[in-house]
Design a protein around this ligand. Structure first.
Ligand SMILES: Nc1ncnc2c1ncn2[C@@H]1O[C@H](COP(=O)(O)OP(=O)(O)OP(=O)(O)O)[C@@H](O)[C@H]1O
Ligand SMILES: [Mg+2]
Length: 225
């Protein structure tokens, strides 16, 4: 999988029986290895665009392509397989499962992918936790971790299946400056090491500037800045 693109995307939501447009005429292409930031005011449509590109929501008009596969033309099960094998997600809030420890949280995508607990998966999770400085936290439940540690676990979970594209929706929005810098560096390092494309939504100009291309959504349109 090398490319995600969208053609003539129009997206609106219904409010009180009225059609409220959020995105209009959006054309974008992201290739393996790219690092793009999507910026814009709160409510501009950044999260909506990320959801559309990942196939987690449907455009009102237009198409999203993964390589040359039209996402709308494949079943939701096939779309899930694409996400499981090729996409990773990190959000502002970590969304870790509170009843599972750090190791188990990171193992989940491997279990979904391979449907069993292989020795390879266990080694893989151990390695990633080590790489992200979380080995000593492996047996801990999420509530015992700091905000920065939880976000690092969320990153480990997002990359455990070797995604080609990492969707980051304000991944540092809930962190203090020190942890934000740590998480930013970690994401960039992982992207370079594993050749993962980054699709980042952020209000942080400093983080956006570390991407190769910066887009801004304004008045439902997107422009490179
Ligand atoms: N599921 C939904 N149903 C109705 N309206 C929605 C839905 N999701 C988003 N919207 C609306 O679409 C617009 C864009 O929302 P979105 O969350 O994409 O903005 P954003 O740029 O990510 O904002 P923020 O920076 O605050 O995260 C907002 O006006 C929001 O209210
Ligand atoms: Mg958002």
């Amino acid at each position: 999988m090398n490319n995600i693109s969208c053609k003539n995307i129009y997206k609106s939501f219904q409010h009180d029986n009225e059609d409220m447009p959020v995105l209009d005429n959006i054309n974008l292409s992201i290739t393996k290895g790219d690092k793009i930031a999507i910026t814009g005011a709160s409510g501009a449509g950044k999260s909506t665009l990320l959801q559309l590109l990942a196939g987690l929501d449907k455009p009102s008009q237009g198409n999203v392509f993964i390589d040359d596969i039209d996402l709308q033309a494949i079943s939701s099960i096939e779309q899930s397989k694409v996400r499981l094998n090729s996409f990773g997600f990190v959000y502002q809030f970590h969304h870790l499962l509170e009843d599972l420890n750090v190791f188990e949280n990171v193992l989940i995508p491997q279990q979904l992918k391979y449907a069993n607990n292989s020795h390879e998966s266990v080694i893989k999770v151990t390695d990633i936790l080590d790489q992200l400085g979380l080995s000593s936290r492996s047996k801990h439940l999420p509530w015992k971790l700091s905000g920065g540690e939880k976000q690092r676990v969320a990153i480990a979970r997002a990359i455990i299946n070797n995604p080609h594209f990492l969707f980051l929706d304000e991944p540092t929005g809930n962190l203090d400056d020190e942890n934000s810098a740590l998480v930013q560096n970690l994401i960039l390092q992982i992207a370079d090491e594993h050749k993962i494309a980054l699709i980042l939504s952020t209000h942080d100009t400093n983080f956006a500037n570390k991407m190769n291309t910066i887009y801004k959504i304004n008045n439902r349109n997107i422009k490179e800045v």
